[in-house]
Design a binder for this molecule. Structure first.
Ligand SMILES: Cc1cc2nc3c(=O)[nH]c(=O)nc-3n(C[C@H](O)[C@H](O)[C@H](O)COP(=O)(O)OP(=O)(O)OC[C@H]3O[C@@H](n4cnc5c(N)ncnc54)[C@H](O)[C@@H]3O)c2cc1C
Length: 453
């Protein structure tokens, strides 16, 4: 039987752009292959929970394969923490089941609503990148349905070139069907967090460089609207997992499970709600409230996933949507690069409600993986008049400092800038061409950036 594709308006988390796609939701692994072979659509792209911000999981007027019902745990080894699961399993589902049993994710992004397939395809990073690297460091192997119809088991030693093209490869090498991941042991679902209020960028960077290695997790909230002497003022939040024995009496269940989102944003707020005035006021209050403090006991949900407390918080930006502009800058040029880009942003008249800074450790082997040793800065920027040319201007600055844009967040980058930012693109294309001779895989992101030739 032919797979039934339903036409649907889709977007990423930023709700920019919105495109008509033809969507198929397989129930079984064999149906994924049938969809690819069906010839019903000009091309196909897999999709997870749609938490990439732009057009990575969109395929305008073409096929989207949405395997989120392939979400079974297949096996678990209690001795090693190795979990074999289907690719539609979400990180929330892993936490829900395994945290109460003393296991946690080895790398987690700022939301738990992403699938294992999406985590591999974007080679995601977390607040521990400076120590542990990306998600792929904890993937023993995965089964990839290649566009040729073959199911390949890939690991750093078996089909390594396909493994390293698939991690960070944004779904363009095939559909990940299942993966074996190494979870990490934890003793409690709490983190001891040190807060440090840095009055400007120089002090924030110096403090992170002097002492980040003492912390498993490190991230900084940054006031992207502050200019002059207080440019880059930040609140550093750095922590280590708490041992059960360290918890004070009355802290509750040491291995508490997940809670559901507490609030729901039912309506789109008017597009201009997050403007310079409102964000400036919020930033001043946030900076004032977060004083320097040591060893605050914080639940893992509050520390890792503060935004997940509000269901559909992306509606705050209104119908026009937003993008998250996330760059990585190499260590050598990072201080000057951050100063220049933050200064340009502060003078732009735009507002960024959420701005985050963190250090990256060494780059991994993923051919299109994003991190490189240095810093990453992420700014939420509302879509609106002039925002595309403005982001192109920032892209040029990022390139001048040897940096790059994160594909999982991007919606506007140009193909020539992308090619200059990702020197291993040529190797990626060579692997991709062999895997997909019939050109079955494509996405709106892939066409915009000419990732696949
Ligand atoms: C609030 C928030 C915070 C975030 N914080 C971080 C962060 O700290 N660090 C970070 O790295 N990222 C972060 N992200 C981005 C997010 O982790 C990535 O975009 C991730 O890829 C989303 O996974 P998904 O399941 O939603 O996939 P989607 O967004 O649906 O798809 C993302 C990509 O994965 C591909 N893909 C999906 N499933 C498969 C599959 N089965 N096989 C092959 N390819 C597949 C798609 O084709 C697409 O290219 C954040 C996103 C949000 C909304």
């Amino acid at each position: 039987m032919n797979p039934a594709f339903a036409t649907q308006s889709l977007s990423g988390w930023g709700r920019y752009p919105v495109e008509l796609c033809h969507v198929f939701r397989p129930e079984k692994r064999c149906e994924v292959a049938a969809a690819l072979e069906s010839r019903l659509q000009p091309s196909y792209i897999p999709r997870g929970l749609g938490r990439s911000y732009g057009d990575a999981a969109l395929n305008e007027n073409a096929g989207v394969i949405w395997p989120i019902r392939l979400n079974r745990f297949l096996s678990f080894d209690r001795a090693t923490g190795e979990l074999d699961c289907e690719s539609g399993v979400s990180l929330a589902e892993i936490i829900q089941y395994f945290l109460p049993r003393g296991w946690f994710l080895p790398v987690t992004p700022g939301t738990k609503y992403v699938t294992v397939g999406g985590a591999i395809a974007a080679d995601i990073h977390g607040k521990n990148h400076h120590r542990d690297g990306t998600f792929s460091n904890f993937v023993r192997d995965f089964r990839l349905l290649a566009p040729t119809g073959e199911v390949l088991t890939c690991s750093p030693t078996v089909h390594p070139e396909i493994f390293w093209a698939t991690v960070g490869g944004m779904g363009l090498t095939g559909v990940v069907l299942s993966a074996r991941l190494r979870l990490r042991r934890v003793d409690s679902s709490y983190v001891f967090v040190d807060y440090y209020r840095a009055p400007n960028l120089e002090e924030a960077l110096a403090t992170m460089e002097a002492s980040d290695e003492r912390y498993e997790y490190s991230v900084a909230w940054i006031d992207a609207l502050a200019g002059g002497k207080i440019m880059g003022r930040s609140v550093l939040m750095r922590g280590n997992h708490a041992a059960a024995a360290e918890l004070p009496e009355g802290a509750g269940d040491a291995l508490a499970a997940l809670t559901d989102p507490r609030w729901n944003l039912f309506l789109d707020l008017p597009s201009g709600t997050l403007n310079r005035l409102t964000v400036k006021a919020f930033n001043a209050a946030y900076y004032a409230v977060h004083r320097t403090a040591l060893r605050r006991l914080v639940s893992f949900e509050k520390f890792f996933y503060p935004l997940d407390a509000i269901n559909q918080w992306n509606r705050m930006y209104g119908k026009r949507g937003f993008t998250q502009y996330q760059i990585a800058l190499p260590q050598a040029s990072s201080h000057e690069g951050l100063r220049t880009i933050l200064d340009r942003f502060a003078r732009s008249g735009r507002a960024s409600f959420l701005a985050v800074l963190k250090r990256f450790g060494d780059a991994g082997n993923g051919l299109l993986s994003f991190p490189l040793r240095g810093y990453t800065l992420a700014l939420d920027i509302p879509a609106g008049r002039g925002f595309v040319p403005f982001l192109h201007e920032l892209d040029r600055m990022t390139l001048d400092y040897g940096g790059r844009i994160y594909l999982a967040k991007d919606a506007v980058l140009r193909a020539e800038d992308f090619a200059a930012m990702y020197p291993r693109l040529v190797s990626f294309r060579a692997v991709q061409r062999k895997l997909d001779p019939r050109r079955l895989l494509s996405s709106s992101l892939a066409r915009r950036l000419r990732i696949v030739d």
